[in-house]
Design a protein around this ligand. Structure first.
Ligand code: HEM
Ligand SMILES: *[C@@H]1O[C@H](CO)[C@@H](O)[C@H](O)[C@H]1NC(C)=O
Ligand SMILES: *[C@@H]1O[C@H](CO)[C@@H](O)[C@H](O)[C@H]1NC(C)=O
Ligand SMILES: *[C@@H]1O[C@H](CO)[C@@H](O)[C@H](O)[C@H]1NC(C)=O
Length: 320
């Protein structure tokens, strides 16, 4: 009896906290506070992507790397100082993540439009990710907002929680599951690699050590860009159409044209792992479009700071 009682109380606490956590982000959070907020972000993203199409990819990735480290709380934006170690120099980010100047200019434009500091940096990343996808021809979806910004960051957590491109399928899946995401989310969100570029250091082993799982023509074409040694920072597109948010990423995986080890891990060709899902999205780009927004919403809802927790950072690079 006592254990039934505590079980019920426990369940109610869990249900209540789930309900509250879900109730706090809201697509209409800024409707009254600052109706210009979201249109301003969209306009700034459109300008940035028109100047440099790759920026759309870079902004999408910033939101991902923010969310996977203690939730979507703007932590990735904090600069290192002599007395503060942030996430920018963690292995997955160092010399790799970009777009911080664009985020600064969006923040400045939003503060002007709102006549004050009302939009969090974490929300700017979430909205800019969606607007980037749209600017590169991808699907639109509703973004929930109302996140607040962290006062902390963790380089260790960034090193441990952001998946590495060397991981195999089961390690990728456990990583996503540890964030409350499913195999479907893993496949759909990896479809973010339909845009953007990767550095040679992240795909070299595909060219020289994984010849069985990479298309021979693609490997030969990439070797001049990515020699056995040197050229670590030379770039190659993640799929054949890196400035179009389309279904080519999944079609490529079906032909062993995944650039990263982690990409090709999603399709082995023997029906194991997530082969079925990759086949499905390869044949149905419309389904990828539909499902991308659903998975992005899930990722964007990972442990946001809301209510009185955290702050609205004045400068995305430092705590108030
Ligand atoms: C599944 C696990 C993932 C792994 C192992 C992974 C790994 C990587 C790596 C190694 C790069 C290239 C970085 C460089 O060479 O500097 C990259 C780029 C990129 N990633 Fe991922 N990623 C994953 C999931 C995601 C997700 C979920 C998204 C977003 C939904 C995403 C979006 C991007 C984008 C857009 C780029 C290109 C960025 C640019 O051109 O600036 N990735 N990723
Ligand atoms: C980040 O990259 C810079 C430049 O390549 C390097 O000097 C620095 O040691 C790296 N930081 C860490 C923490 O690895
Ligand atoms: C995947 O990687 C993990 C961690 O490195 C390793 O323990 C596991 O054996 C690997 N699984 C397969 C199927 O190769
Ligand atoms: C290929 O694999 C070997 C043995 O695991 C390793 O020593 C070498 O560094 C790898 N080469 C590349 C280019 O990744």
């Amino acid at each position: 009896m006592a254990s039934l009682y505590s079980f019920l109380t426990y369940s109610m606490v869990i249900l209540a906290s789930l309900f509250l956590a879900r109730a706090q982000l809201d697509p209409h959070f800024y409707d009254k506070l600052c109706p210009e907020a979201l249109p301003t972000i969209r306009m700034m993203v459109e300008q940035a992507v028109a100047r440099e199409p790759r920026m759309g990819a870079s902004l999408l990735r910033l939101h991902f790397h923010d969310c996977f480290v203690n939730g979507c709380d703007g932590s990735i934006l904090l600069d290192d100082t002599p007395t503060f170690t942030g996430e920018k120099t963690a292995a997955p980010n160092n010399n790799s993540v970009r777009g911080f100047d664009v985020v600064d200019s969006i923040k400045a434009a939003v503060n002007t439009a709102c006549k004050g500091n009302v939009v969090s940096c974490a929300d700017i990343l979430a909205v800019a990710a969606r607007d980037s996808v749209v600017a590169l021809g991808g699907p639109s979806y509703e973004v929930q907002v109302g996140r607040r910004d962290s006062r902390t960051a963790s380089r260790d957590a960034a090193n441990n929680n952001i998946p590495a491109p060397t991981l195999n399928f089961s390690a990728l899946l456990s990583n996503f599951q540890s964030h409350g995401l499913s195999m479907k989310d893993l496949v759909v969100l990896s479809g973010g690699h339909t845009i953007g570029q990767a550095r040679c250091t992240n795909f070299r082993s595909r060219l020289y050590n994984e010849t069985a799982t990479i298309d021979a023509t693609l490997a030969s074409a990439l070797k001049p860009v990515c020699p056995i040694s040197g050229g670590d920072n030379n770039l190659s597109p993640l799929d054949q159409t890196p400035t179009s948010f389309d279904g080519v990423y999944f079609k490529g995986l079906l032909q062993k044209k995944g650039l990263l080890h982690s990409d090709q891990q999603l399709f082995n060709g023997d029906g194991s792992g997530s082969d079925g899902l990759v086949l499905y999205y390869g044949k149905n780009p419309d389904a990828f479009w539909e499902d991308f927004g659903v998975s992005m919403l899930k990722m964007g809802n990972m442990s946001p700071l809301t209510g009185p927790v955290g702050e609205i950072r004045m400068d995305c690079r430092k705590v108030n």
